[in-house]
Design a protein around this ligand. Structure first.
Ligand SMILES: Cc1cc2nc3c(=O)[nH]c(=O)nc-3n(C[C@H](O)[C@H](O)[C@H](O)COP(=O)(O)O)c2cc1C
Length: 392
């Protein structure tokens, strides 16, 4: 019996131990020198909290209302593609864990399980992230399927205008299909837990959302290539108008960084904005999403639901983002490390760690609930020496 992980970094180490390097690097890595990846996490270090004492903190509640739905915590699971490659059935584990924890789970547009399977497991919790197709017929069908399955929201990712330069993947030769080399075979041999699971479940899992549109009888690798080559090469706000026309429920734009893009999305009918730089995976001179929260909040006003992700590894990170003006946060790698390391149990642990850290932190600083008006008073900014810079 493996001891429960104490922190997200424990789960990361366990994922690293179980996965071949080529796969761990695909989850863990970022673009270029990975400056953006590091800064996503480091941005939280600029903040500290001033506690209020002599309050009765025995009752703390972290539930949060988003789009009229009450979630048990103010964080959810960001879309992460090919999760089933790291752990067979991982998408459905993420969905099941989200249902159990009463938080949202965004199924990736490059998941291996299907929208219908995820929505059947967690009808109240599944959102779908759209990677639209060059063929508008496929896009319409994906959106119709997500609506029929009962997905609560559609998330349109806008921050992949072209592919990023991920140097770990280039060095490791990560591609579909994986190029079989002596190095790859050795990598698999050194990580027998993952390799045996992979072989036992038939190798690369098929991308079930895309498979219906691909030629009949082709292999999972060919389906992945089909999805890749049939995904949008160019996506503009004109396409977004079509998504708005087709989607009947909440529509969210993911990857917003510039205030003008935020305003454009709202003008075209977005219901919520999701600040993100794709976890530092696209380009290496991005501003950390956390740093954009105050500016975007000012730009869009008080009432627009504002979400963010990037670098959330601690309960205190969640609270920092909320104090700066986010309504809700998402995290991608922590639950994926959990799935890769220990399957459903690992995902539950990742969620449990973030939730209990947030709860503990709220108790420590005298924050009884996430009522927006009181939150900014807890936060201060420090400089590189730890000296107080200003009130945040
Ligand atoms: C392995 C991996 C796969 C991802 N796949 C997708 C995806 O399919 N669609 C998407 O919108 N974002 C994708 N992302 C970005 C995440 O949704 C999210 O923005 C990012 O992971 C947040 O940063 P964090 O990992 O530090 O929490 C992926 C991220 C990772 C790490």
């Amino acid at each position: 019996m493996v001891k429960p992980a104490v922190s997200i970094s424990d789960l990361r180490e366990r994922a690293k131990a179980r996965l071949p390097k080529i796969l761990f690097d695909w989850i863990d890595g970022g673009a270029g020198d990975e400056r953006g990846l590091r800064e996503n996490e480091q941005a939280f270090d600029a903040y500290r909290f001033l506690p209020r004492y002599m309050l009765d903190v025995s009752q703390r509640q972290q539930q949060q209302n988003l789009f009229g739905q009450i979630y048990a915590s103010p964080f959810g699971i960001a879309p992460t593609g090919y999760a089933g490659l790291f752990r067979p059935g991982a998408d459905l584990m993420l969905a099941a864990a989200a249902r159990e924890a009463r938080i949202p789970y965004i199924m990736s547009g490059t998941s291996t399980s299907s929208i219908e399977e995820a929505a059947a497991i967690a009808p109240e919790n599944v959102w779908y992230q759209l990677y639209a197709a060059v063929d508008a017929g496929i896009t319409r069908d994906l959106i119709a399927r997500a609506a029929r399955a009962g997905c609560q929201a559609l998330v349109v990712t806008i921050d992949i205008p072209i592919a990023g330069k991920r140097e770990r993947d280039l060095r490791n030769g990560f591609d579909f299909p994986l190029r079989i080399s002596p190095g790859l075979i050795w990598d698999g041999f050194c990580h027998p837990g993952w390799t045996l699971d992979y072989l036992r479940t038939g190798g690369l899992p098929v991308m079930k959302n895309w498979a219906p549109y691909a030629p009949v009888g082709i292999t999972p690798v060919q389906v992945a290539q089909f999805a890749n080559s049939h995904s949008f090469a160019v996506q503009t706000w004109d396409h977004f108008k079509l998504f708005r026309d087709l989607w009947p429920r909440k529509l969210i734009v993911k990857g917003v960084m510039h205030p003008e893009d935020a305003l454009m999305a709202l003008r075209l009918g977005a219901d919520g904005l999701y600040i993100s730089n794709h976890g530092g995976r696209q380009y290496d001179r991005s501003v950390a999403p956390l740093a954009m929260v105050p500016m975007l909040r000012r730009a869009v006003g008080r009432d627009v639901p504002l979400m963010m992700d990037g670098g959330i590894r601690r309960g205190s990170d969640i609270l920092t983002a909320l104090c700066l003006g986010a309504d809700f946060v998402f995290q991608g790698r922590p639950t994926l490390y959990g799935a890769a390391a220990q399957g459903l149990e690992g995902v539950n642990q990742a969620i449990g760690i973030l939730r209990s850290e947030l709860d503990n932190f709220m108790g420590q600083i005298g924050c009884l609930d996430l009522g927006r008006d009181k939150l900014p008073d807890f936060l201060v900014r420090i400089d590189a020496y730890g000296l107080l810079q200003s009130e945040a």
